[in-house]
Design a protein around this ligand. Sequence first.
Ligand code: ARG
Length: 464
Amino acid sequence: MFRSKRLGDMDEKALKYISSMEWDWWLFKSDIEVDKAHVVMLYQMGYLSREECSSILKAIETIEKDGFDSLPQAEDVHEAIEKKVIELLGEETGGKLHTARSRNDEVATCIRMSTREELVLVMSGLLSLRGTLLDRAEEYLDTIMPGFTHLQHAQPTTLGHHLMAHEESLSRDWDRLFDSVKRVNICPLGSGALSSTGFKLDRELTSKLLGFDSPIENTMDAVSSRDFVLEVVSVLLGLMLNLSRMAEEMILWSTQEFEFVELDDAYTSTSSIMPQKKNPDVAEVMRSRCCSVFGAMTSIAMILKALPLTYNRDLQEINPHLLKALQITRESVDICNAMFRTVKFNVEQLREHVEKGFLCATELADTLVRVEGISFRTAHAIVGMLARKGITKPALEELRDVAQEMGIEVSNITQKDIDDALNPRVAIERRNLGDTSPLKSARKRLKTHGFMLENLENKIKNAR
Ligand code: ARG
């Protein structure tokens, strides 16, 4: 620790208590890059000689090669790396690395870079999951199934329509992730502890070298704000909530009550006592992992609440929550992808279930409106009465009788009109639910998002 001449030794337990080394491995690579960029900039601005610049860079490369695990004990990764540079070069040269810099602007820059990197991975996994959903939707574009509201049979739909619904909501999560990068990818470096520094720095240069869009203007804001973390984690939570709904669906649909799907063996467990069991454990864990992301988000919000400007060590405690949220989400996206890629849909069962629960009642009411010219509310009442009486496949006479009982004259509708209305295929066709154009536009959107991610990745890669 750099206690300098200011302080005596730190209590060992207290050091362990405040040290962030346990999770700072996550910032190691970013800190190495930040160090390199800072050193190059110091040289360009005339604060380091060519030889000093080159030996510090070489020392940093040695540390990079040796890896995080070979760092000395320290409060955090930033101190550990600097300590090692000084160990390798002596204080005369190594001690110049931290010129015109504070750990406050350093750590904020590292967090932004590591977050950016993880976000790219989450977004790339999400593109792949969305691709899987569209592939499966294409496979089952006109596979008929019951659509639900209140978990009750509502109206016929297609499995393609259902799967594309998931894809569309995930595409908005993707959009939000990508948009958050704007607020992540700005560079605090050069802000010093809080009020920049009297050294003349080229903040544009370090920002550019590290692949940022621009430096953060206000140096106090740069070292003290973590709203970008809160934003990212809340977007991750939104995504995880969607995954938990998809997981729930797999759990429900694989029950003996539904039997709409059979999960692949690879994503199920059995029981230690009941030999027949095939349990959806992977989906269950996914359903509950989103709670940890929610926990991370509330922890971050609480740490930020009422924190005075500028840097406070509390901020360090945000990092493990951020890391956890990113890791959980990335893994969940990948596993969800594999689960949906391999699940078997029981087409026969889906079709049979369309026959249960008077799914075409709305279509019958709509037909009465069209053919008889009566109001929808009246038509709703007639079909409601049929449902009440348990007549879900009315003959023309039955329909007329029920209407008459209610004092309504039904005269134009034919048996064919009724049969068509009760045919789920007709309902699907009238609603264009088997149409290929939504799939085409979803694929187009996915492709555009692919290009957007590629551009971002290239920008980061080129900077490196
Ligand atoms: N490990 C610290 C963090 O993550 C680094 C900054 C320490 N700065 C300080 N002034 N003590 O926030």
